[in-house]
Structure formats: structure tokens, C-alpha cells
Design a protein around this ligand. Structure first.
Ligand code: SF4
Ligand code: SF4
Length: 289
């Protein structure tokens, strides 16, 4: 199931990250592992997300949204509700979320699956292989567009191979280079045999001075509506809710030396990843899948 490319006149892609910073998993490589949000923070997260959904509803131009919570969103009812609500808006081209897929999948039946997608990550230390694979099979059965990925730690290689074998060929399996790990060519080749696009993740991209769509057709938004060009550049462009960000939208080069996260460099123009991931830029699904 292919959906329109997010590039295009008047279209805005929004990477949203609210106050939520807790997760039901405990991955060794994650600073948010098993963190608990107190009730006040959860209430604030819910209110912020509902405000954001209301803002999207009130717009008259096409919008795509990727939720990139610090922790796990889909175990919270308000993220599931937001996904359903946004998927049903005719001017929303895509609503996607990064998830560990620990949540139930039955709620997806309420969404418009022509506009919804999941970016799923398998964390082998946190969930039994068969349980995770079963969730992926549920998604395929329900017709939910999704990608599945794993961190390229050497201990994960057997699971990654097994997953590649067990998932339908049409499901893209991505591999993220582990932060700080240098891969020999032989090691990189093992991961590239599973993910043909691993080369984009293997090394940080030298981005300084290069044109990047963020700050023009892509923005990052936090729970207060503060708009930045991307999650990695602290400079504020304005606020979503008072509309001040709009005057700041324009083409602009990347101001930092490197960009090493897919949710950033996918928008870095010289890499040409809008072609590689045409129709699936936000949820990391390559063209033709
Ligand atoms: S599932 Fe994701 S957010 Fe949760 S602990 Fe693991 S890496 Fe962190
Ligand atoms: S290349 Fe990466 S760090 Fe630079 S502006 Fe784009 S998304 Fe941000």
C-alpha cells in the first residue's frame, strides 16, 4: 500500500515530541528505559497531544505527522486516540509513530489505514521473539503499513536474520547503526545483507552547509508548541499555536557538522532519500513497498 510523497505544495511534515519520557521497556542502550512519568506529567502530555490534534484539525493545508516520543506512546490511550483521529482527517496525508509494538493492535481497526503507519523497533532483550513476530503478523493481517527495525549490535545479528527470514519480503527491515560503534566493512556487509539501506546509517552524515528540508517543509514541535527546524537544532522558529513559526519557514542549510539520525538526515536534500523512501519518508518504508 503506497501513499503520496510528503513533498508538495503547502504540505508540512511535523515531528512531534511531547513531555512523555517513560517506557515500559528497559533497553540497555536507552536513557528512557523504565522511566516513570508522574501523573502530572502524564496529564500534561495528554493535554499537549490533544491540543496538537486540535490544531491539526483546524488547518486547511496538507499535513503529515510523525510522533517521536522519548519513551513509548502507544501504551497510553491518548496516543492511540490521536493516531485514530488524525488518520481520519482528509487533509492528513500520513500519521506515523515510532513504537516498540508492546501495545495491543485491536485499536487499529478504528483508524483509516490508508493514512496510518507504524515505525516498529524490535528490542531482543525486552520481548520474546515469537511475541514480537506475532505482533508484526497482526499488522500484516490487519493491513497496517509499517517498517520493522533493530539496532545493529552484534548480539542482535541472529535475531535480525531470523526476523528477516520470517517477515514477508514486502516488509522492510531496517538496521540502525549502534551509536558510537564503528563497523568493519565485513561487519557492515553482514548488516547490509539484511537492510540494503544500512549504508545510510553506518556513519554520521557530514551535513554542515548542506540544504535540508527541515525549517521549510518539515518542522519539529514540542508539547508547548515550540517549533524548531528539527529535533537536533535548538534554535526556535516560533510557536505552532500562535502561528509565529510560519514567517520563519524558508530554505536553509544545516548549521551543524553531522546528522546521524534517520529522522533528521532523511530530509537532507543531497542524500536523495525522498526518492529512496518515496511514499514512506516518515515511517521509513522504501519506495515500492
Ligand atoms: S523501547 Fe525504545 S524508548 Fe523504550 S527503553 Fe527501549 S529504546 Fe528506550
Ligand atoms: S541535516 Fe539533520 S541536523 Fe541538520 S538541519 Fe537537517 S535534520 Fe537537522
Amino acid at each position: 500500500m503506497e501513499t503520496p510523497d510528503p513533498a508538495g505544495a503547502g504540505h508540512l511534515s511535523i515531528l512531534y515530541r511531547g513531555p512523555l519520557a517513560s517506557c515500559d521497556y528497559d533497553c540497555a542502550y536507552c536513557p528512557f528505559a523504565k522511566r516513570r512519568d508522574d501523573p502530572e506529567r502524564l496529564r500534561a502530555d495528554r493535554a499537549a497531544l490533544e491540543r496538537f490534534t486540535g490544531w491539526v484539525a483546524a488547518q486547511d493545508h496538507p499535513i503529515s505527522v510523525l510522533f517521536t516520543p522519548w519513551g513509548e506512546g502507544l501504551v497510553r490511550s491518548w496516543y492511540r486516540t490521536a493516531m485514530i483521529t488524525l488518520s481520519r482527517m482528509s487533509h492528513v496525508r500520513k500519521v506515523a509513530i515510532q513504537t516498540n509494538l508492546s501495545c495491543r493492535t485491536d485499536w487499529l481497526a478504528q483508524a483509516d489505514l490508508g493514512r496510518l503507519a507504524l515505525w516498529c523497533t524490535y528490542h531482543p532483550s525486552q520481548v520474546a521473539y515469537d511475541r514480537f513476530l506475532g505482533k508484526c503478523r497482526d499488522l500484516a493481517r490487519l493491513g497496517v503499513r509499517h517498517s520493522v527495525g533493530i539496532v545493529g549490535h552484534p548480539d542482535h545479528l541472529p535475531d535480525a536474520r531470523r526476523l528477516r527470514d520470517d517477515l514477508p519480503e514486502s516488509t522492510y527491515l531496517w538496521v540502525n547503526a549502534e551509536e558510537g560503534r564503528l563497523y568493519t566493512d565485513a561487519e557492515a556487509a553482514e548488516w547490509a545483507a539484511l537492510d540494503p539501506h544500512f549504508g545510510y546509517s553506518r556513519l554520521p552524515h557530514l551535513s554542515a552547509g548542506l540544504p535540508c528540508r527541515t525549517g521549510e517543509t518539515v518542522v519539529s514541535v514540542d508539547g508547548d508548541g515550540t517549533v524548531r527546524r528539527c529535533h537536533f537544532i535548538p534554535e526556535v522558529l516560533g510557536n505552532l499555536y500562535d502561528g509565529t513559526f510560519r514567517a520563519a519557514l524558508r530554505p536553509r542549510p544545516c548549521p551543524v557538522a553531522v546528522c546521524d539520525c534517520h529522522i533528521g538526515y532523511v530530509h537532507l536534500e543531497p542524500l536523495g532519500l525522498y526518492d529512496v523512501f518515496a511514499g514512506g519518508v516518515l515511517e521509513r518504508v522504501p519506495a515500492g513497498r
